[in-house]
Structures are given as structure tokens and as C-alpha cells.
Design a protein around this ligand. Structure first.
Ligand SMILES: [Zn+2]
Length: 114
């Protein structure tokens, strides 16, 4: 989003530029939605994570799965979605632990096989 460019001087200057170069100068891709214009909810991401663990449990045989995700997703899995998490853990016969990773964005997660 562009804001705060009310100076006449800048407007005059940027008018002379092409649309592409103006974009390159003033804008950068949105790192949250990667240009889609919307992001998955924490709940949607939580379900993605549970599906991914189920998929990996068919392929690999770790002692434990550890979910790394942002705070909102971890809280959801510990609270409202804890029964789904427990049911999955029972189904695959492995413990599933959770860890907040603040470096992970809204739509990012890692599953560590321990
Ligand atoms: Zn965005």
C-alpha cells in the first residue's frame, strides 16, 4: 500500500515514470499474502498442518512429530482444536508436540520429525 506521498514534487516526478518502474520504486510484494490479497485463517492453517502430519505419518516413522507454527495457530491447536490434535495423535500412534516459531509467517509452518 502506498500512503503518505502527498508532496506535489513527488507526484510530478512519478508521473514521468512508467507504471512498472513506479511500482518497482515504491512497492514491494506483500510478504504476508504473496499477492493473493487474502490469507488463510489460523484454523485453516491448523487443518493443513493436521493433514500434512497424516500424510507424513504414512511415509515416515519418527518417534514424534513436532509442529512449528506462529502463536495463533499453536494456541488454536492447544485450545479449540485440541481434540482434533489428540485424535490424530491417537490415530497415527505418535505424540505430536507444538512449538511457537515467531519467525514463521501467517501461512507458514514446519513439521519436524523427531
Ligand atoms: Zn497482502
Amino acid at each position: 500500500m502506498v500512503s503518505g506521498f502527498s508532496s506535489l514534487g513527488l507526484v510530478e516526478m512519478t508521473r514521468k515514470r512508467t507504471r512498472e518502474s513506479l511500482g518497482a520504486l515504491l512497492l514491494e510484494p506483500c510478504g504476508v499474502c504473496a499477492g493473493k490479497g487474502y490469507v488463510k485463517t489460523a484454523r485453516s492453517l491448523a487443518y493443513d498442518i493436521l493433514r500434512e502430519i497424516l500424510r507424513e505419518a504414512r511415509q515416515f516413522n519418527p518417534k514424534e512429530f513436532r509442529i512449528l507454527a506462529n502463536q495463533a495457530v499453536v494456541e488454536l491447536l492447544l485450545d479449540e482444536e485440541r481434540e482434533h490434535l489428540a485424535a490424530l495423535s491417537d490415530f497415527i500412534g505418535k505424540p505430536i508436540s507444538l512449538q511457537v516459531d515467531a519467525a514463521l509467517g501467517q501461512e507458514q509452518f514446519d513439521i519436524v520429525l523427531l
